[in-house]
Design a protein around this ligand. Structure first.
Ligand SMILES: [Zn+2]
Length: 466
């Protein structure tokens, strides 16, 4: 089965650091050149797939192999090819009406920064072009091109880096392509090494339990399993911060000088405004990156936390709803757009599927139409009302809207008996971990009671007088 070791690496000298930076920078430059060729062809041919892959990558490989080494140059090009292929797959799914899993029109692969503003330091090393030694002095050695060695008077054919910390999976049968990048948030070089570990290291065998997920913005994930467990990952704070950052980006963008005023300010030799514009655009880029990284971090941790729990319970299949059906019907267009933007739903399902694969759990995208409005007691979909987290029905039903939705969704897609529900477990994100919230295990009804309507002596004020 597949696992991944992620760790920080440290160059052992300033020269080595320069070699590493140049290696990653050249990798990004090659990525950009290949991507540019392909994007030109894509635009020329109105998005015809075959033509994109006819770009002359051989010439680019020749240009970069001196610096990167031939194997690394090939890997970078190969990774770009994969990015384009997955783009075309998504595009097909998007245009396929019977498929509801892709809700946003996908974008062609992007660029890794540019020469003027700095490239994103990111590279990839072929599986047989690096070695990691684990132990008291863990280290990573990777192939470097001849030109790069000459440039820095580094006679060694391999760059040696110190590995910081211990791996999760030190014993493995095989390793795959290594990703290597510079993390600007904490000025650290990092690597991720996919490995194949023997099936013996698997703890519990998979039973045939099922789980269903409801995805949103206030509650990132509401999950119900056939074992009768319910999990709720709260997202209010994360979503709020995402929106704050988005607002700050918009504010900075409005301060950016337009192209015309740029040239005017040049005429009046007022370089101040230019300077300010440069500062703002740099800050905008940084905010974008920060926003994305924060979300990705929380999502990645969520996938892992959830799947570990599901795995331990013997779940072998997770159903995940296409976000679009539900949201379109009873959420405002604006909320929809915000949720999509925040979630980057496609990315999340990919991440979830990827992590699930490590556990041998399969992820199936199913239509979730109506389940979020359906009353589990009487089956009505048009009489129910949702207020914040609560779903109520004239038949007397009251429950947590997202948890109820995931339960209805689960019942609809599995023939397996669903055990009675235990009290839900709630999780909060603290920038590092998802941990059980202090409000966990409260029933939705207790949860909903607004503290402001409770007197000091404990009497609840009636609706009318409050
Ligand atoms: Zn009802």
């Amino acid at each position: 089965m597949k696992r991944t070791n992620t760790f920080a690496v440290r160059p052992l000298s300033d020269d080595d650091e320069q070699v590493l930076r140049d290696l990653l920078d050249a990798s990004a430059a090659l990525w950009n050149e290949v991507n540019f060729q392909r994007l030109m062809r894509y635009n020329d041919e109105n998005g015809f797939e075959g033509d994109v892959f006819e770009a002359d990558t051989g010439r680019l490989e020749g240009k970069y192999k001196g610096v990167l080494g031939a194997s690394t140059a090939q890997q970078v090009i190969g990774k770009n090819t994969e990015a384009w292929k997955s783009f075309f797959t998504l595009k097909d799914q998007y245009h396929d009406e019977s498929n509801t899993s892709v809700t946003e029109h996908p974008e062609p692969p992007g660029f890794r920064g540019n020469e003027d503003d700095g490239r994103v330091l990111k590279g990839v090393i072929r599986k047989d072009a690096y070695t990691v030694e684990w132990g008291a002095r863990s280290r990573l050695e990777t192939v470097v091109g001849e030109q790069l060695r000459d440039r820095h008077n580094s006679p060694k054919s391999r760059l040696r880096l110190e590995v910081v910390g211990d791996p999760n999976w030190p014993d493995y049968e095989d390793q795959s392509r290594l990703d290597l990048w510079y993390d600007e948030t904490d000025s650290t070089f990092r690597a991720s090494q996919p490995v194949t570990v023997s099936d013996d290291s698997r703890g519990t065998p998979l039973a045939d339990h099922k789980a269903a997920l409801d995805i949103g913005a206030n509650n990132l994930v509401a999950c119900t399993t056939t074992t009768g467990d319910q999990y709720l990952y709260e997202g209010r704070e994360l979503f709020q911060r995402f929106r704050d950052t988005t607002r700050e980006i918009a504010r900075l963008q409005s301060k950016l000088p337009e192209r015309r005023s740029l040239s005017e300010s040049r005429k009046t030799s007022s370089s101040e405004r230019l300077e300010e514009g440069r500062y703002s655009s740099e800050r905008i880029r940084r905010l974008y990156r920060k926003r994305t990284r924060r979300r990705d971090h929380a999502q990645e941790a969520l996938c892992r936390d959830l799947l570990e729990r599901l795995y331990a319970e013997g779940v072998d299949t997770v159903y995940i709803g296409g976000l679009t059906d539900v949201l379109d019907t009873h959420w405002s267009v604006e909320t929809n757009a915000k949720t999509h933007n925040f979630w980057s739903f496609k990315k999340f399902t990919e991440r979830l599927a990827c992590t699930a694969e490590e556990y041998g759990i399969s992820v199936e995208v199913r239509s979730e139409a109506w389940t979020s409005q359906e009353c589990p007691q009487c089956g009505s979909t048009d009489r129910t009302t949702r207020h914040q987290d609560t779903l109520t029905c004239p038949c007397g039903f009251e429950g947590h809207a997202d948890l109820t939705a995931s339960e209805t969704f689960l019942r609809r897609h599995t023939e397996k008996a669903v055990r009675p529900m235990a009290r839900p477990v709630r999780f909060e994100w603290d920038d590092h971990n998802w941990s059980e919230s202090p409000r966990s295990h409260e029933s939705p009804n207790e949860q909903r009671t607004d503290p402001s309507t409770v007197h000091r002596d404990g009497n609840v004020v009636s609706g009318e007088s409050a």
